[in-house]
Design a protein around this ligand. Sequence first.
Ligand code: FES
Ligand SMILES: [Fe+2]
Length: 407
Amino acid sequence: MSREQLVGMTRSLVAHGEADTMELADEVVRVPASSYTDEDLFEREKRNIFRRLPLMVAPSCELPEPGDYKAMDICGVPLLLSRQKDGEIAAFLNMCTHRGNPLASGTGKASRFTCGYHGWTFRQDGDLLGVASPQDFGKVDKAAHCLKRFPVLERAGLIWVTLDPNSKLAIEDYLCGYDALLEAFGFSGWTLFAKRTLAGPNWKTAYDGYLDFYHLPVLHKDTFGADFFNRANYFTWGPHQRLASPSKFAQRTGSDEQIDLTQMSDEEIPQDALVQGVWTIFPHISIASFYGGGQRGALISQLFPGETVEESWTTQYYVMENRPETEEQVKSAHEQFDFLEVVVRDEDYATGKRQHEALQSGLMDHVLFGRNERGGQVFHQWAEKLVNASDEDLLDIFAREQRQAAE
Ligand code: FES
Ligand SMILES: [Fe+2]
């Protein structure tokens, strides 16, 4: 983790805050309305983005111990994550190699997986352990019938998987060095307090809302307040973006008190002040700090396209640095988490659904992203670039990002 880099970003935010300025994009950008509503494009996004690029599938603290597993379905791909005996995480295609029945569902703990259809058994590491009634079944090459593995990488207390078993794109290359910054949260030692899943509008309509602060004091006037800041500066690592408000203030951990960062030396700046704002991970993650129960916590929002172009699903994970202990702390952590459900469900996604329905009228040609909404501009440019890229292009694109980052 590069504290120096984080301090550099913070100093730049402070300087803009003092000068009452923000970094602006070069121009107002138009995005075709059809990029939200076109069903063919939506299918290609599922195939070329969600089923081809690394996705952050779980915070490590959701599977903290050997034997912990989690099954999920992403754009039609059944995925099974399993924490191995040595602590490494493995990602399998959640399909029994007999006739394809998913082996596990939900989350739990298991040292082996027994298929609920005919009873074949697999070890935690994916090896086929036993064929049911082998004397009757006939000869099976067990070594050739292990569970299929997906590329997986655990970094910064987060787990990425590529849902293409043959992907040549290294997850590390895809992250463009962003994972080293995400280390600053310290998620690997945190705990999962609660999670829930919410229905939302088209995935890009929904994701736009995580990429600007422009809407905060307007759409969220009843929750965050009408005097909430509405400016953000953006920092990018390939397609991944952090947005943070240009301000000389930061919230003091566990209180509403603001600390003045201009009065602090680089060494004095607290760690959580260095990770202020929203950290997005392309194409579908947003991470932001909260302090329910007076303790450090973060909301990790994980978005997936739904069955149709107008649906998405978001899992909200509320992770905390320490598990709240007293009844009072637990209660206020729940209040924080419930507050974030209301904000997202009743404000962001309710608006997104209305907006998407209106766009589906087909009567508007394009939408606009202002100079103060660079996050949306960058996101849509990357989404378009990556959905149209060939597999070879993908490798070139991220090799180029690596070279640029190294310069
Ligand atoms: S499908 Fe799994 S044992 Fe038959
Ligand atoms: Fe919002």
